[in-house]
Design a protein around this ligand. Structure first.
Ligand SMILES: [Zn+2]
Length: 463
């Protein structure tokens, strides 16, 4: 039985599925107006790991994540750069999927675009107006949150206290500051679509309701996203489903922030660091490992030190792969559940990792069990117990593969001599001994590496 935190009930519960053996999950995706940031990388990895683990457990998963391709921020960027909105979307959606591929995030089963669902959104908004749960103002159509009796369920606060805390801003024709835009009336030079209630474009909160119900059906299993989406985005999605008399997600779950110092990372705080930049500076597997080493609901800190620490841990795994000549398995998680990988495997390790993962995706415990097993496998081989050590190493490889992390023994793995040269060069740079650092760089280049100065020090890769 898989147990998972439920954001509505505030506790870990059994994941009760609509259909036995099948998980339908919806993860709110990016607005493609900029390069993906590190927080995007985290939520993508967290829910990729969940999806892979469910699959490894023998469940069939239908995974949907959307692309928001019409939004104020996209329009603002197009304006600022004198470009078409479509051109902005094309560029940043391309960057998004590139980053996902480098992170090893498995391709979603469906990746709907908001603009493909305008007609359905118009129909839903029209039905809200007919039934008086939405109203017209001079700048568009708004949803009346007081029409949903349990509005505030995800926020964990009743409507009254949410209203007391809400800031009054923008449109003063709104009946309540919590009411949100379903439809924004067309403005000159902005993309717009026709609708019975006037030309315009949808607000952000409507697309996910329409797309999740269309692709996954009523009462789908799991709706996920970053903690910043819980309120108001998810609250507002749910409110619309309630108003439409549709059964919405059975479970809600949210991942924690990415912290820089003690501040949440976001573009608005100005501490934006792009994921694209991070992936150029480090092995993408190191970021997956960094994410796995924290519980998905806890905040994580992405700093030079935590990245460097994850790189060192990854090097231990690759060196295990070299020692036992293990095949690279990651990326094939969907085939890993098949039993042939388990012939002669370490059942005890399998059971420990399974118990941790099935208890609210406790990846830090699973990873610490796996690293303990790495020490045991190396010690076993040192002591000449080749067969049992190999069995353990193979099990480690399969279980990391199930979490989407490939151990690489191949030519791209850094050999011990090169690793020492990298360490010596970092030491020389810290001591500001530039001549020695340059000499060590030349030596690494002579050994066939491309040498880069990363956030965590020298990074080498094959050309
Ligand atoms: Zn959403």
């Amino acid at each position: 039985m898989i147990r998972l935190f439920d954001s509505v009930h505030g506790e870990v519960r059994n994941l009760s599925l609509r259909n036995a053996g099948r998980v339908s999950m919806y993860v709110c995706g990016p607005t493609v107006d900029n390069l993906p940031h590190i927080g995007h990388g985290r939520f993508s990895l967290v829910w990729d790991v969940a999806r892979r683990w469910f699959t490894f457990e023998g469940l069939s998963v239908h995974y949907v994540t959307n692309v928001t391709d019409v939004d104020d921020k996209i329009i603002a960027r197009a304006r600022a750069e004198s470009r078409d909105e479509a051109d902005v979307v094309k560029q940043y959606e391309g960057e998004w999927w590139d980053a996902m591929e480098r992170l090893g995030v498995a391709t979603p089963d469906d990746a709907p675009h908001a603009t493909d669902y305008i007609e359905d959104m118009v129909e839903l908004i029209g039905s809200f107006l007919e039934r008086d749960v939405a109203y017209l103002t001079s700048d568009g159509v708004y949803f009346d949150v007081s029409s949903v009796p349990d509005y505030g369920l995800l926020a964990g606060q009743p409507l009254e206290s949410l209203r007391a805390g809400a800031r009054v801003e923008g449109n003063d024709e709104k009946r309540s500051p919590l009411d949100f835009a379903l439809w924004k009336n067309a403005k000159p030079g902005e993309p717009s679509w026709s609708a019975p209630f006037g030309p315009g474009r949808p607000g952000w909160h409507t697309e996910c309701v329409v797309m999740s119900l269309d692709l996954l059906g009523d009462g789908f299993d799991l709706h996920c996203g970053g903690l910043d989406l819980k309120f108001p985005h998810h609250e507002n999605e749910r409110a619309q489903a309630v108003a439409a008399n549709r059964a919405f997600a059975r479970h809600w779950d949210h991942n924690g922030w990415v912290m820089v110092g003690d501040e949440k990372m976001s573009k608005s705080l100005g501490n934006f660091t792009s994921l694209t930049d991070l992936l150029e500076r480090t092995d993408p597997r190191a970021y997956r490992l960094l994410v796995l080493r924290s519980h998905y609901r806890s905040p994580i800190e992405v700093t030079e030190a935590t990245v460097a620490d994850a790189e060192r841990a990854l090097a231990r795994l690759d060196s295990l792969a070299r020692r036992f000549d293990l095949p690279a398995l990651g990326g094939h998680a969907f085939e890993l559940a098949s039993t042939h990988h388990w012939e002669g495997a370490s059942l005890e390790l399998f059971e420990r990792v399974t118990a941790a993962m099935n208890d609210d995706l406790d990846t830090p415990l699973a990873v610490s069990d796996l690293f303990e097993a790495v020490s045991l496998a190396n010690a076993g081989a040192d002591a000449g117990h080749e067969t049992s050590a190999r069995r353990l190493a193979q099990s480690i490889n399969v279980l990391f593969g199930a979490l989407g992390l490939s151990l690489l023994a191949g030519s791209h793995a850094v050999d011990d001599v090169s690793r020492q040269l990298v360490a010596d060069r970092d030491a020389a740079r810290r001591a500001k001994n530039w001549a020695e650092a340059d000499r060590l760089r030349d030596e690494l280049v002579a050994r066939g590496w491309v040498v880069e100065d990363g956030a965590a020090g020298t990074v080498v890769r094959r050309p």
